[in-house]
Design a protein around this ligand. Sequence first.
Ligand code: BG6
Length: 491
Amino acid sequence: HETGSLSIVVLGASGDLAKKKTFPALFHLYKQGFLPPEEVHIFGYARTKISDDELRDRLRGYLVPAKGASSKQLDDVSDFLNLIKYVSGSYDSEEGFRLLDKEISEHEYSKNSTEGSSRRLFYLALPPSVYPSVCKMIKTCCMNKSNLGGWTRVVVEKPFGKDLQSAEELSNQIGELFEEPQIYRIDHYLGKELVQNMLVLRFANRLFLPLWNRDNIDNVQIVFREDFGTEGRGGYFDQYGIIRDIIQNHLLQVLCLVAMEKPVSLKPEHIRDEKVKVLESVVPISDDEVVLGQYEGYRDDPTVPDESNTPTFATVVLRIHNERWEGVPFILKAGKALNSRKAEIRVQFKDVPGDIFKCQKQGRNEFVIRLQPSEAIYMKLTVKQPGLEMSTVQSELDLSYGQRYQGVTIPEAYERLILDTIRGDQQHFVRRDELKASWKIFTPLLHSIDRGEFKPLPYKPGSRGPAEADELLRKAGYVQTHGYIWIPPTL
Ligand code: BG6
């Protein structure tokens, strides 16, 4: 465990990401004792000229529980907010960053009267267009100067570019300033409890080892659904679309964990090596295995151009050319403004050969990992219908977290990932070659959408998305279960 002063600098401190995710995550870590006030100071940096107290007031509403906050909770929030100091300055001039460095150094000096190392964490809650200049300023003005140890790390968040070329350009620019071990590329899906559990499930259980391959698995779906539209983010979203926003990063990262081979060890580099291998085994996407959609009304958003061709829904089949997965479709599906909100991995097994129950069965075996909401792992299987008749029924083995782990709070993805950056664990962060390989998969498709050659089909908000997507699923081999639906247990 490292000690000495720890400075956490949130750049873009008054922006959406900082307010909604970064500061609340820091607050949770603080409450649990991971950010001891005798070591830690937090800095907000942005262009707006406001005072420390004004920033604190802006953040307070995101930290106080919505209703019925106790006085202890309010005190916690105030104590936390008092750790935050605000510095204003531009993102491309040395002046502001020199001031920031001065503030950090003063705080290090005051906290380091006994210790000596200095840890500096820069969280870029900013649009990527300013990453290069901000990184340059950090490098020029704000690096850890202690000769008693410590480090400087930067945390960046997607979108890392718009295609292979722009992503590589960005990587080059940042790579000239920082070494890979200093760069933490966040994909917050890697911080989700059930995503992290994939590695354990797959490699710590004998049960899955012989089944997890093309001999037994028919198809895999990785699904993200939201029941609201782009609400207020239309301007950002329209430049990216659902593939860049969700599929190329979040869902593809999940795919890696489902499909990769067993890593040599749990060392971050070993795990990331395996992820890269899977990504590099994905064959080019075929146009007839893609369905795009755009919900009706999306273009009514004043920040979205009237002629926008941007998909808000996509189903894309990926195929992995290796010994384990040849012939198994990995169906990635994501959509906004659909009829439900959930994210899950659904592994569907093949039919039972020579099945004597075939004519009465409702469906195949499925292994489902519900990432959110109602975190659960359940296995759909056919059992005897209890009673006098010898008939079958679809049921499930269900590990629902809310029920099994009562009283356990599942940490927020950002909370866990920020703690990892402080501890120096890069396992759940995207390595540069991983990023490159994932852009490579989607760039040709994205370019053809950008050129207007591939048009999204309209779908009704609140629906399942375009019917063509269900047809694609069927063609890929997915067999829907009839007359059975998993219902999360209520407590
Ligand atoms: C973000 C996307 O990365 O993930 C958003 O930009 C999306 O469009 C969000 O809403 C979903 O995250 P979560 O954790 O709510 O599934």
